[in-house]
Design a protein around this ligand. Structure first.
Ligand SMILES: [Zn+2]
Length: 242
């Protein structure tokens, strides 16, 4: 594999130039959709650069990608694309990488003693496959049984969105949401189900437009069959809709 000239690399970090995989190795890893850890693999210096510098650098590098593809950056329709993509990466689709964007969850006393299951279903999930950098689109269903504290309903959506706004694999996204809910709600009794379509499966590779992927994480009481069945009844038929 040819490497790019190094004099144009502006990020001065020893790990920036990673071990290079062969095309076959990279393809195999991507098709298998292997996740290596539950934590998003981030370097320690991930936030040493501020957002505006990141946007500037990504813009430069994305312009280079477009150049290599042979696109005419002088064309009116294309000339703003590198900046738009850079801003979209940092401020929108990958904004959940930065802990400063994590939603603050305020807990309320459960004054009315509601101690049954609460299910927030059909939460929109828009994430990005970390192997191909194309969208994952679907629905998340989250549930918990109150330990005496409750959370504003919109906070559940915000937690899902925060972890979705990263390069992800669906299994890790499911677990990260469940872990956060356990921490925030101070209970083990949480469940997360995600039903999603992967554009890397539908628009390339095997070109399967009908399949969707379902992942789940059940903790505490949700590991009991009756509780799990109750949850699945509320959710009804799983069917990822874009
Ligand atoms: Zn993929």
């Amino acid at each position: 594999m040819n490497s790019l000239p190094t004099d144009d690399i502006h990020i001065n970090h020893p790990d920036f130039r990673q071990e290079v995989l062969t095309v076959e190795e990279a393809e195999e890893m991507g098709e298998a959709h292997v996740a290596t850890s539950l934590d998003t693999p981030l370097r320690e210096d991930a936030f040493d650069l501020d957002d505006s510098l990141k946007i500037e650098l990504i813009e430069e590098h994305f312009r280079e990608i477009m150049n290599i593809l042979g696109l005419d950056l002088a064309d009116d329709s294309l000339k703003g694309t590198p900046k738009r993509v850079a801003k979209m990466f940092v401020k929108e689709v990958f904004s959940g990488l930065n802990p400063k964007n994590k939603p603050k969850a305020t807990l309320f006393e459960n004054k009315y003693q509601y101690n049954q299951m609460l299910v927030e279903k059909d939460i929109t999930v828009h994430s990005y496959c970390e192997h191909h950098f194309v969208p994952i689109m679907g629905k998340a269903h989250v549930a918990y049984i109150s330990s005496g504290k409750v959370i504003g309903l919109s906070k559940l959506n915000r937690i899902v969105r925060y972890f979705a706004k990263r390069p992800q694999v669906q299994e890790r996204l499911t677990m990260q949401i469940a872990d956060e809910l356990k921490k925030v709600l101070q209970t083990e009794d949480v469940a997360v189900i995600i039903d999603a379509k992967h554009l890397c499966v539908s628009t390339r590779g095997v070109h399967d437009t009908d399949s969707s992927t379902v992942t789940s994480a059940y903790f505490g009481k949700f590991q009991e069959e009756a509780t799990r069945q109750e949850l699945l009844r509320y959710i009804g038929t799983l069917n990822a809709t874009i």
